[in-house]
Design a protein around this ligand. Structure first.
Ligand code: DX5
Ligand code: ZN
Length: 238
């Protein structure tokens, strides 16, 4: 499973140090929320910030989440800035096929995000072209929002498609993820967990990551048989 702290919840006055903290926390990916003030009513940061942070987190996988209305003009700059995976939103409609193709042509992993009000079936035509399906569990635009439980069946549906059609895309959840909601999403079939407030907002990022990893492991059906120690063989009383 993958744990990805969202830099949006980090201390913006010291992003380099925050990226080092994320690297040292044992987290797997760094989630970078890019907001353009059009697709969502907030503005976060751009490719220059991603490029500036990159050297502080060399070993981390940069998971760039574009909440942007015109991502076509941003794909190359973020690829150059150090993105490893770029996610665009299925709500962009007929632009999506071209965007996924362009991300792939840049040599990056391909992600597709689905907002809470959007039916998960909107992503179905693209499942064979993506490396990650992001099931948003809040409406995009801000950190610190409450988890939307109605999104859980969408995670289950995505996991069913993945299993039945033998796809291997990551199922990522993003928004309001804490220990309790991470457990619920793990049970539903998620394997990649974005968390901002509950991780960067914790006293110790390292401890928070460790606790989240443990609770996911305990709730992930795929890991369940690994998590429980094998029962000792019965002693035959002869
Ligand atoms: C919201 C972003 C999320 C958000 C997560 O638009 O996509 O990644 O930053 O932050 P928390 O974990 O605080 O909800
Ligand atoms: Zn995000």
């Amino acid at each position: 499973m993958i744990i990805a702290p969202s830099l949006l919840a980090a201390d913006f006055t010291r992003l380099g140090k925050e990226a080092v903290r994320a690297t040292q926390s044992g987290a797997d990916w760094l989630h970078l929320d890019i907001m353009d003030g059009q697709f969502v009513s907030n503005i976060s940061f751009g490719p220059a910030v991603v490029a500036a942070v990159r050297p502080f987190a060399r070993k981390m996988f940069f998971d760039v989440h574009l909440m942007c209305g015109k991502p076509e003009i941003l794909l190359e700059p973020f690829a150059k800035a150090g993105a490893d995976l770029i996610t665009v939103h299925v709500e962009l409609g007929e632009k999506v096929p071209q965007l996924l193709w362009k991300i792939r042509s840049l040599g990056k992993k391909v992600g597709l995000a689905v907002n809470p009000p959007t039916a998960i079936t909107a992503a179905q035509p693209y499942l064979d072209q993506i490396d990650l399906l992001l099931v948003m569990t809040v409406n995009p635009g801000f950190g610190g929002q409450s988890f939307i439980h109605e999104c859980l069946p969408k995670i289950q549906q995505a996991e069913t498609w993945r299993r039945e059609r033998k796809f291997n895309f990551h199922i990522e959840v993003d928004g309001g993820i804490n220990l309790q909601t991470a457990a619920e999403c793990a049970r539903a079939g998620a394997d990649t967990f974005v968390a901002g407030t509950s991780l960067f907002g914790a006293r110790s990022l390292k401890t928070a990551v460790k606790k989240m990893r443990k609770i996911i492991c305990e709730n992930d059906p795929a890991l369940a048989d690994l998590a429980v120690p094998a029962a000792p063989a019965p002693v035959l009383l002869l």
